[in-house]
Design a protein around this ligand. Structure first.
Ligand code: 9G3
Length: 574
């Protein structure tokens, strides 16, 4: 391909509104342009990378029996009303009306559309299991689109849906797809982890996230420094050892504690350690049920774990008004579990079990109780893990301690069960001849987000650097002067040599100064560059490896096998 013909508008300066490396370099290297907030054009080089990624995905999913198809992005609202999700996502859902004023939406995901398809056309378990997938733009009206393709309002997703008549069949296909995702991200050359994740409102069952390690990621992962344990911070647990209490339980007393609205103030004032204070946090489940979550004073409440402990779909921090309703006008720091209004459910963290003669709010302004003992002075409805893990906690498998890192969510797979098929009446005649709801799984990969994740992990201060498997071209040929007959002859000859070997070649045939060609080449990030210059007459060229900056002079005849050695060594280093 001739560079004078393709459209790669490189920039000399970094646009001021681009905050992270991948966003800066994809703009400067002429890969993307913003059309509106969170909505981008994929220019030719970006689109070539996207197609490389898509083809790796297709190879891996087709190899395990996946079938590609394409559903509309323009979806009628009524199937989302059937599933009950039409109003769940609020302003994030892109809604519109057609000319007859009928409600439509731009699909943010396609559980409903696929479930309807199966409901209408699959009647017997004999037709199952099925693994159907599509690659399609998705629409989510993010409140804060940012970091270029990392969090957009229109983005390209591969979404798969599987349909089963038994849980065993779902488990089998789920693990096959899990393996396929590992193959895909390994082939792309990403540094990634697969971690236990929160299934959110997706039916609250098992789900696994794939995370590309990156310091710009929005996901925090807790992982063991000795075993394979890794989980999203929201789901991460640690090893808890229950201790039998030997200390004598003292008589509860109320004390004056002026101006002690924080754990630190209280700890200083009463001269007790934070680990001997019971921290009470009022939450609201599903918009109505008050929950008092209690953890040790030096721990934090994990609201996702509380949500799962009480089986709610939505959990929120109680508003001040709600606190006032239940406890009168007292600051949150004086809230405690003793003598509560009866409809408040107390959920206590496991570590509360090991606490004796603790301090807690007295539900009165400037008053606390001391020598409080759970089980004697208040009765939690349950003791369960509801704390945020901390670095240094013992891994739940007892091997090593937990460390934190951040990453970019690039994939997420869910066991949905019958959450959608029951809501929408998608049943098949089972082996027993009775109608049973189809069991489902759904599996996503953020394809456009992958561009940013790969760029974050590989780019440098000179520009983008693409792993060979997804690079827009394999080789970039930069003749210093394409008008010089020797240089043009050699450049064209090399181009044909590479093409004959199946390499995809981009040749910079523009009438630009060498410096411009080199700067652009470094921005674009094609893994191997061949410079044709003064020594063209002797058939000698200069080979540059973009990732390492290595440069080696090579005779034309040695070029192909030098490159294949370099490419294979690059594959290994990934
Ligand atoms: C919506 C809106 C935003 C959403 C969803 C629905 C996230 C929604 C979760 C999923 C689950 C899986 C198939 C591929 C893998 C992920 N944001 N999710 O359901 F209406 Cl506005 O998308 N779907």
């Amino acid at each position: 391909m001739k560079q004078s013909q393709i459209f790669v508008p490189t920039l000399r300066e970094t646009p001021s509104d681009a905050e992270v490396l991948s966003h800066q370099m994809m703009l400067r290297a002429g890969y993307i342009r913003q059309v509106s907030s969170g909505v981008y054009s994929y220019l030719p080089l970006a689109y070539r990378v996207i197609q490389k990624i898509e083809n790796i995905i297709r190879e891996e999913l087709n190899a395990i029996g996946g079938t590609e198809m394409l559903l509309p992005a323009l979806v009628p609202a009524d199937i989302w009303k059937e599933s009950g999700r039409y109003d769940t996502y609020g302003p994030e859902m892109m809604k519109l009306q057609d000319r007859h004023d009928r409600d439509f939406l731009l699909g943010p995901t396609h559980e409903e559309t696929f479930t309807k398809l199966i409901r209408d056309d699959i009647k017997s378990y004999k037709k199952l299991p099925l693994h159907l997938y599509q690659i399609q733009p998705k629409y989510r009206d993010e409140k804060r689109p940012r970091f270029g393709l990392l969090r957009g309002r229109e983005f390209i997703m591969k979404d798969s849906y599987t349909f089963h008549d038994t849980e065993v069949s779902l488990d089998e296909m789920y693990s096959e797809i899990w393996q396929a995702y590992n193959n895909i991200f390994t082939r792309i050359g990403l540094d990634f982890r697969s971690i236990i994740a929160d299934a959110g409102a997706m039916g609250g069952r098992e789900s696994i996230e794939f995370i590309a390690i990156s310091n710009v990621g929005e996901d925090t992962i807790a992982y063991s420094d000795e075993s394979g344990y890794a989980a999203n911070i929201e789901m991460a647990t640690s090893k808890f050892n229950e201790r039998t209490n030997t200390e004598v339980q003292l008589q509860k007393e109320i004390v004056d504690t002026p101006e002690t609205t924080t754990i630190e103030d209280l700890s200083t004032f009463l001269e007790v350690k934070p680990s001997n204070i019971l921290k009470s946090v009022l939450l609201v489940a599903d918009g109505k049920k008050p929950i008092l979550a209690i953890v040790r004073g030096d721990h934090d409440v994990n609201e996702i774990k509380v949500r799962m402990a009480v089986g709610a779909e939505i959990i929120e921090t109680a508003s001040d008004a709600h606190i006032e309703d239940l406890f009168g006008n007292i600051p949150a720091g004086y809230v405690g579990p003793i003598d509560l209004p009866e409809d408040v459910t107390i959920v206590a963290d496991l570590y509360v079990k090991n606490m004796v003669n603790s301090v807690t709010g007295a539900n009165e302004v400037e008053k606390h109780f001391i020598n409080v003992n759970a089980g004697r002075d208040f009765e939690p409805s349950q003791y369960t893990d509801i704390r945020m893990v901390q670095e240094g906690d013992v891994s739940p498998d007892g091997q090593g301690t937990l460390q934190f890192t951040t990453g970019i969510e690039i994939g997420h797979i869910f066991k949905l069960g019958t959450r959608f098929s029951e809501a929408m009446g998608a049943t098949v005649l089972g082996k027993d001849g009775r109608p049973t709801p189809v069991i489902m799984g759904s599996y996503g990969i953020g394809i456009s987000r992958l561009l940013s994740a790969i760029a974050e992990q590989n780019a440098d201060e000179k520009g983008l650097v693409w792993p060979a498997a997804v690079a827009p071209f394999d080789v970039h040929i930069t003749p210093i002067n394409y008008n010089d007959e020797h240089q043009q002859a050699l450049a064209d000859e090399i181009t044909d040599l590479f093409k004959a070997e199946g390499y995809e070649v981009l040749i910079d045939d523009r009438k630009e100064r060498p410096g411009v060609k080199f700067t652009d080449a470094e921005l674009m990030g094609i893994p191997i560059r061949v410079t044709v210059g003064k020594k063209a007459e002797d058939g000698i060229v200069e080979l540059n490896i973009r990732k390492t900056g290595e440069m080696v002079e090579t005779k034309k005849d040695d070029l192909i096998n030098t490159i294949s050695i370099l490419m294979s060594s690059q594959e290994e280093s990934n």
